[in-house]
Design a binder for this molecule. Structure first.
Ligand SMILES: [Zn+2]
Length: 281
C-alpha cells in the first residue's frame, strides 16, 4: 500500500516512467537554467541516458471502505497519440497494478479524472471488437465540466476514444469543484493547466493528502512556481493555482502527492520568507 489514512487506503497504480522532454522544452522560456536547476534540485527527475525530464504516469486507487475510486486513468492501450511514446501502447502494467490490489474493473465505483488530457483518461475505455467501451462497466466517471466544454467543442482523437464512449454509455458526470465523492474525497479547483483542472483532497480523521494532478509537474516548481509546463493552456492562471495549492499545504501536516513527481511522489511543502520548498516524505 502507498498510504493509509484511517480507514482510507491509497494505492499507487503505476503505468510507466519514461523520459519525456528536455528540460528547456518541458519548461519553455527557462533556457539552460532549467537543466542546471533540475540537476541541482531534483537530479532524480533527469534521465541519465537522455537528459530528458522523467515523468511517471500513475493513477491512485482509493479504497474508502465504501467505494473504490480511481483517480486518473493514465494513457491506456491502443490509443492514438501524437506523442510516440504513448501511441498505440500495449502494456499490462496498469491493469496488473489494479489486480494486485484486489480490484477488478467491475469493482471500481468511481473514476475521477483531474483533467481531460490523454495521460489521465486513457484507461477510461478499452478497445473491444474494434469499438471503444468503458473499461469500468459499473463506474460513474467524474469529469470536470469546464474541460468537457473546452475539449468537447471540437473533439480531438483522444476525446473520441477516451471520453465520448463514456458519455455515450451514460456513465459520465460533469462536475464543478464543489463536487464530493463521499466523506473522504473532495475537489480543489486548480485551473490553468486546463480550464477545469481539479486537484483531489483525500481526508480522514487521521489526516489528509492532496493529489495534485497536473497543477504542478515537478518539485522544482515549489521553488519556482513561475515555471510553466509546456502544455499548460493558460500559464498565468496555472501559476496562480499552483501558488494557491502550495500555500494551502505549506508548513501543514497535509502531504502533497505530485502525480508526475519522481517516485515516491509524496512530500511536504515547506516555506519561509524566501518562498516554498519541498521535503520528500
Ligand atoms: Zn499529465
Amino acid at each position: 500500500m502507498f498510504l493509509r489514512l484511517g480507514d482510507v487506503e491509497i494505492w499507487r497504480i503505476l503505468e510507466s516512467i519514461d523520459p519525456f522532454l528536455e528540460p528547456h522544452k518541458f519548461f519553455p522560456g527557462m533556457g539552460e537554467d532549467a537543466l542546471e536547476f533540475l540537476r541541482r534540485e531534483v537530479p532524480r527527475q533527469l534521465c541519465p541516458r537522455t537528459g530528458k525530464v522523467l515523468i511517471p504516469i500513475q493513477g491512485f486507487l482509493l479504497k474508502t471502505g465504501r467505494h473504490n475510486i480511481l483517480i486518473d486513468a493514465c494513457v491506456g492501450n491502443d490509443k492514438t497519440c501524437r506523442v510516440k511514446l504513448w501511441n498505440k501502447r500495449s502494456d499490462g502494467r496498469f491493469m496488473a497494478g489494479l489486480q494486485a490490489v484486489g480490484v477488478t474493473p467491475e469493482d471500481v465505483d468511481y473514476v475521477m479524472c483531474t483533467h481531460l488530457h490523454l495521460d489521465h483518461v486513457g484507461w477510461n475505455t478499452r478497445l473491444e471488437d474494434g469499438r471503444w467501451v468503458p473499461t469500468f462497466p459499473n463506474a460513474k466517471y467524474i469529469f470536470p465540466k469546464e474541460d468537457h466544454a473546452h475539449y468537447g467543442a471540437d473533439p480531438d482523437t483522444f476525446y473520441q476514444e477516451s471520453i465520448l464512449p463514456v458519455i455515450a454509455a451514460g456513465q459520465a458526470e460533469l462536475v464543478s469543484a464543489d463536487h464530493c465523492l463521499g466523506d473522504a474525497v473532495s475537489l480543489i479547483p486548480t485551473p490553468g493547466h486546463t480550464p477545469g483542472h481539479m486537484s483531489v483532497r483525500v481526508s480522514s480523521p487521521e489526516g489528509s493528502v492532496i493529489i495534485s494532478g497536473d497543477a504542478i509537474h515537478s518539485p522544482v516548481q515549489c521553488l519556482r512556481p513561475d515555471w510553466h509546463f509546456v502544455y499548460d493552456l493558460d500559464g498565468a492562471q496555472a501559476e496562480k493555482s499552483r501558488r494557491a495549492l502550495l500555500e494551502l499545504v505549506c508548513e501543514t501536516p497535509v502531504r502533497l502527492i505530485g502525480s508526475h513527481f519522481p517516485l515516491p511522489s509524496i512530500g511536504y511543502v515547506t516555506g519561509n520568507s524566501a518562498g516554498f520548498g519541498w521535503r520528500e516524505a
